[in-house]
Design a protein around this ligand. Structure first.
Ligand code: CDP
Length: 249
């Protein structure tokens, strides 16, 4: 018989596998404007999950007759680097990557004014450099920063986080272990300025009263992440300002 090491997701003292409290987010690092060639870009780290996003467009795309005459099309490609996970990921796009590309596109689209750029395409690429749970939510956070960096008009940034459940304890910002062995994983994306929820998925089960609580907990976490996004954008503008002023001297 194979002996399996027991996985403790929550200690009796309320500590999670990585030492966090139930409502604690992982350390967040965000930097906007990391790629010179892209129109917009961002690097987002939620603990050990690291995602790079690049945006190109609005730009012409061929064949032109396939582009709608009244709006831009948004294309999203979510990919995992072969080295981003423990077991090497095969380079060809998996079904999961194709599905997540669609999920991320649908989470971003409601925040954009696509009708302002008829007959063009906006391409969003998100690349997971290191995966430790929550790569779709980190991708949404990075992509929305990269869209803003590209100067694409938006109703507001899109902010995302996953909440979940271990027994009757709600937890926030799940890592890989919690995603795999927890009782529920619920990724949520929202446009904080409008309050519109653009993504809500559920893996596992969540009793109705806990669902309400999870939503409240998620909103508090989203507020924190949204503030980090605004800070990263502000830092980007200050760097641009410094560069411009430097050139004028
Ligand atoms: O990453 P996210 O939570 O949005 O999506 P998921 O499909 O629920 O994947 C959860 C986690 O499983 C990822 O973040 C990775 O850490 C891990 N994973 C992996 O180790 N190998 C893969 N091929 C895919 C996912």
């Amino acid at each position: 018989m194979e002996l399996k090491e027991e996985i403790i997701l929550l200690t009796p003292e309320g500590k999670r596998s990585d030492g966090r409290r139930w409502d604690e987010l992982r350390p967040i690092r965000m930097r906007v404007g990391v790629l010179k060639r892209a129109d917009g870009s961002a690097l987002v780290e939620m603990g050990n999950t690291k995602v790079l996003a690049a945006v190109y467009g609005p730009r012409e795309s061929h064949p032109r007759h396939l582009l709608p005459p009244d709006r831009a099309i948004l294309r999203v490609a979510y990919r995992m680097a072969t080295f981003s996970v423990e077991e090497r990921k095969k380079p060809q796009p998996s079904r999961r990557e194709i599905e997540l590309s669609k999920v991320i596109k649908e989470a971003l689209e409601p925040a954009l004014y696509l009708e302002e750029f008829p007959r063009t395409a906006i391409d969003v690429y998100t690349l997971v450099l290191q995966a430790d749970g929550g790569t779709r939510t980190a991708s949404i956070n990075a992509a929305s920063l990269a869209l803003a960096d590209a100067g694409i008009p938006m109703k507001g940034l899109v902010t995302a986080v996953a909440v979940g459940r271990i027994g009757d304890q709600i937890i926030v910002d799940l890592n890989d272990l919690e995603d795999k062995y927890g009782d529920a994983d619920m990724p949520i994306a929202m446009v904080p300025v409008t309050g519109e929820i653009t993504l809500l998925q559920m893996d596992g089960t969540m009793p109705p009263d806990l669902f309400e609580e999870a939503l409240k907990v998620a909103k508090r976490a989203l507020e924190i992440i949204y503030n980090e996004q605004k800070k990263a954008l502000r830092e980007r503008y200050l760097r641009i300002k410094d560069e411009v002023l430097g050139e004028e001297k």
